[in-house]
Design a protein around this ligand. Structure first.
Ligand SMILES: Cc1cc2nc3c(=O)[nH]c(=O)nc-3n(C[C@H](O)[C@H](O)[C@H](O)COP(=O)(O)O)c2cc1C
Length: 199
């Protein structure tokens, strides 16, 4: 079930920075983010996921409904992620709330995944993980042959979240001066404020 989006959108100024830092949504190479969640008992966890796309409403990620992150998000929709570009002296850190993406968005994100990742979404099961490698490769090849490119729709276990940011922190380094952060925070009335902070 998709949850209605809140009306709060990323402010123009911050969105302009995001479009300069993140690859465009139609760029095949998707950036990798470290996504942090908290489980029902308050224990934190983190893992790498692809940032599928972003827009003024937030940041979209896609995953398997049986994964730990999904259980965590159901218990605590508050999440955070970070992504760094050390060579560019940049880091983006986001705190936000994860909401289920719409069925249309989930389907279009699946269609844009590489052939390998489309197959993986079907075969990345607890049972498949237990097969010896050779057997896995045979079963993978058979599944691939039985489902020509372009014929697979997303499995029921495929789901997406949009992370609606409540805080966006842009860190910039400078080899000749101090690093510093530009931080945008969303208040409960959905207005945004900006602060400059030490790095
Ligand atoms: C380079 C890379 C990209 C990954 N992309 C995704 C992804 O987009 N979605 C996803 O669910 N898992 C992705 N994974 C796997 C996750 O890191 C993680 O192992 C998996 O989602 C299970 O995590 P969880 O049980 O903590 O939810 C990726 C892993 C790597 C190393």
């Amino acid at each position: 079930m998709s949850v209605p989006r809140s009306a709060a959108l990323i402010p123009d100024e911050a969105f302009a920075v995001l479009t300069g830092w993140l690859p465009a949504n139609d760029d095949h190479a998707r950036p990798l983010i470290s996504l942090a969640t908290v489980d029902a008992d308050g224990r934190p966890d983190a893992r790498s996921v692809l940032l599928s796309e972003f827009d003024r409403s937030g940041f979209f990620v896609h995953t398997d409904s049986r994964s730990r992150k999904v259980a965590d998000i159901e218990a605590h929709p508050e999440v955070a992620f970070s992504i760094a570009w050390p060579a560019d002296l940049r880091q983006l850190t986001v705190q936000g709330v994860a909401r289920r993406a719409s069925p249309d968005e989930e389907a279009s994100a699946y269609a844009r995944r590489s052939r390998y990742l489309q197959l993986l979404a079907w075969l990345n099961t607890p049972e498949f993980a237990l097969f010896p490698t050779g057997e896995q490769e045979d079963k993978w090849a058979a599944f691939e042959a039985a489902h020509p490119d372009g014929t697979l729709a997303a499995p029921d276990t495929w789901l997406g979240f949009v992370i609606e940011p409540t805080r966006l922190t842009f860190w910039e380094g400078n080899p000749r001066a101090a690093s510093r952060r530009t931080e945008y925070r969303r208040a409960t009335d959905a207005t945004w404020s900006r602060a400059i902070l030490p790095g």
